[in-house]
Write a protein that binds this ligand. Structure first.
Ligand code: EPZ
Length: 428
C-alpha cells in the first residue's frame, strides 16, 4: 500500500489548481440514468471514487467515454441509452456509499431498482432511511431483502410533499433526481443547500427538468415525461479548496488556489479569517496568505451548508493544533468523525475529546511521526499536520486520500513542500 513521506517546516508558496468537486461529480454521474441521451460532464476530477462510480454505471449498461488527460479538463460522456441491469451489487456499493445515488434515477427511469444497502463506514452508521421514506412518498414500494433495497413502482412515480426531518445531502439528491420524472409536483422541504446539490439541480435543468428554489432549502419540481442530454461543467471543489487553504495557513505560507470560488467556501472563509489568515478573491481564484500571521484558535461547530462543513473539521483541527490559544471543535453531523485525533496526538497535538466536542490547545511545533489514515478527510488532516511538523511524517494507507484528492503530493511539492509518495507494496 502506498505511503506518503513528508519533511515538514517549509512555508508553501505558489499556486495550486483546484479540480471539479468530488461530491458534485458523484451525484452528476448517476443523473445520466434519467435519459437515454448523452450527458457530457467537463472539469471531472481524476479520483478513485469517480472511477468506482464509473464502474457501477457501466454495469448498469451506461457507455462511458473519457476524453482529456490528467490535469487537463477531463471530459466524460455518459450514455444510458439502454439500462441492462437495475441491480447495484454489494461488492461495488460497499466501496463507496455514494453508490446509493443510482436508486432514485433507476426507479424513476425503469420503475425498479435493487441496490445494496451501503452499510456503515468509518465515520458513522450513515443510514439511508430518509432516502427510502422520500421514494415511498413518491409511490415506490420499498422492501429490504438480504442486505438489498428493493424498490419498485407500477408505472411512474408521482409527486409528493417531502419534508426531511434533518438535512441530508444524498437524500435530497436522490429525491430530486426521482422527482424530475415523477408525475406532477414534488416539494422538498428542509432540502440540503450544499453547492453540490445546487450543481446537480442546475445540470438537471440543463437536461430539461423543471426545478424552482435552487440553492434554497425548498425545492419545487414539476415532473416531465423525459429528460434529454446536456453538457455540464462540474463545480470547483470547495473542500479541496478549504484543505489547501489550511495547507497554506498551517505552513504560514502564501498560496493562490487557481479555479477556486470564494463564494462557495461558506463559513470556512470567516473561520480562517477569525484565525488570522488573509483570504481574498483573485482574478483566477482565491489567495490564502498567512506568512505574517499569528494563527489563533477559534471555536467551530459543524453544520449543514452554509455552516462550517463537517468535511473540513479534521483539516481545521490540524490547524488549531498549531494555533496560539485553545479551540473547541464540535462535530454535529457524524457520530464518529474524530479518528484523526489519536493520530494528531502522536504528532504532539494536545486534544481532549468529550463526546461530540474536542478541546484543542495549540502547541508551538508538532513533531513528525508515522501515522495511520482512517478515512478520507482524516488522512488529509495528517498530511497537513506533517507539512507543519518538525521532522519526518509517514502517512500510511493513503488509498483513503486518493479517494478524494487528485495528485496531492504533486500539488504540494510544486509549492515547495518536501513530500513524496512511497510506492512500496509492503502491507503495514
Ligand atoms: C454527503 O454524504 C457527502 N458525500 C459527505 O462527504 C458529507 O460529509 C455529507 O454529505 C455531509 O455534508 C457525498 O456527497 C458523496 P448526509 P451523505 O445524508 O449524503 C444522517 C466526504 O468526505 N442521515 O447529508 O451521506 C447521516 O447519518 C464525504 O467527501 C440519516 O440519518 O450525508 C448523517 O449523520 C464524507 N438518514 C447526516 O444525516 C439518511 O437517510 C448527514 O448525512 C441520510 C442521512
Amino acid at each position: 500500500m502506498d505511503r506518503i513521506r513528508i519533511a515538514g517546516g517549509t512555508p508553501l508558496r505558489g499556486t495550486i489548481a483546484i479540480g471539479g468537486a468530488k461530491n458534485a461529480a458523484l451525484a452528476l454521474m448517476p443523473a445520466c440514468l434519467l435519459t437515454d441521451e448523452t450527458l457530457t460532464l467537463t472539469n471531472l476530477p481524476d479520483l478513485a471514487d469517480i472511477a468506482t462510480m464509473a464502474n457501477l454505471l457501466a454495469q448498469h449498461g451506461v457507455r462511458l467515454t473519457l476524453q482529456g488527460d490528467r490535469g487537463a479538463d477531463r471530459v466524460l460522456d455518459l450514455a444510458a441509452t439502454e439500462i441492462i441491469n437495475t441491480t447495484a451489487p454489494y461488492d461495488l456499493v460497499r466501496r463507496m456509499r455514494a453508490s446509493v445515488l443510482v436508486l432514485g434515477p433507476l426507479v424513476a427511469r425503469c420503475g425498479q431498482a435493487r441496490v445494496s444497502l451501503p452499510g456503515g463506514c468509518a465515520i458513522g452508521t450513515r443510514p439511508v432511511d430518509l432516502h427510502l421514506k422520500a421514494l415511498e412518498q413518491m409511490g415506490a414500494r420499498i422492501e429490504l431483502q438480504e442486505g438489498y433495497i428493493s424498490a419498485t413502482v407500477n408505472g411512474r412515480l408521482h409527486g409528493a410533499e417531502i419534508v426531511f426531518p434533518q438535512v441530508t445531502v444524498g437524500g435530497t439528491e436522490n429525491a430530486l433526481m426521482a422527482a424530475t420524472l415523477a408525475k406532477g409536483e414534488t416539494i422538498i422541504s428542509n432540502a440540503a443547500r450544499e453547492p453540490e446539490v445546487a450543481d446537480l439541480a442546475h445540470c438537471l435543468v440543463a437536461m430539461g427538468a423543471r426545478i424552482e428554489g435552487i440553492g434554497s432549502d425548498t425545492l419545487t419540481i414539476q415532473g416531465v415525461e423525459r429528460l434529454h442530454g446536456a453538457r455540464y461543467r462540474v463545480v470547483p471543489d470547495r473542500i479541496e479548496t478549504g484543505s489547501y487553504a489550511v495547507a497554506a495557513a498551517i505552513t504560514r505560507g502564501d498560496v493562490e488556489l487557481v479555479g477556486a470560488r470564494l463564494d462557495l467556501m461558506g463559513a470556512v472563509v470567516k473561520v480562517l479569517t477569525d484565525c488570522g489568515v488573509t483570504v481574498s478573491a483573485t482574478e483566477n481564484g482565491v489567495r490564502i496568505a498567512a506568512d505574517r500571521a499569528d494563527i489563533v484558535g477559534t471555536d467551530i461547530m459543524t453544520e449543514p451548508y452554509p455552516g462550517f462543513p463537517t468535511d473540513m473539521q479534521a483539516q481545521l483541527m490540524a490547524l488549531m493544533a498549531t494555533a496560539g490559544g485553545a479551540s473547541m471543535i464540535t462535530e454535529t453531523i457524524f457520530e464518529n468523525r474524530f479518528m484523526h485525533v489519536p493520530e494528531l496526538m502522536r504528532m504532539g497535538a494536545r486534544i481532549n475529546v468529550h463526546n461530540a466536542s474536542a478541546i484543542v490547545r495549540g502547541v508551538p511545533r508538532l513533531s513528525g511521526a508515522p501515522v495511520m489514515a482512517t478515512d478520507l478527510r482524516a488522512s488529509v488532516s495528517l498530511v497537513l499536520a506533517g507539512l507543519a511538523a518538525e521532522g519526518e511524517t509517514i502517512v500510511n494507507r493513503v488509498y483513503h486520500l486518493d479517494r478524494g484528492y487528485e495528485r496531492v503530493e504533486e500539488k504540494l511539492a510544486a509549492c515547495g513542500a518536501r513530500i513524496e509518495r512511497l510506492h512500496d507494496g509492503a502491507a503495514e
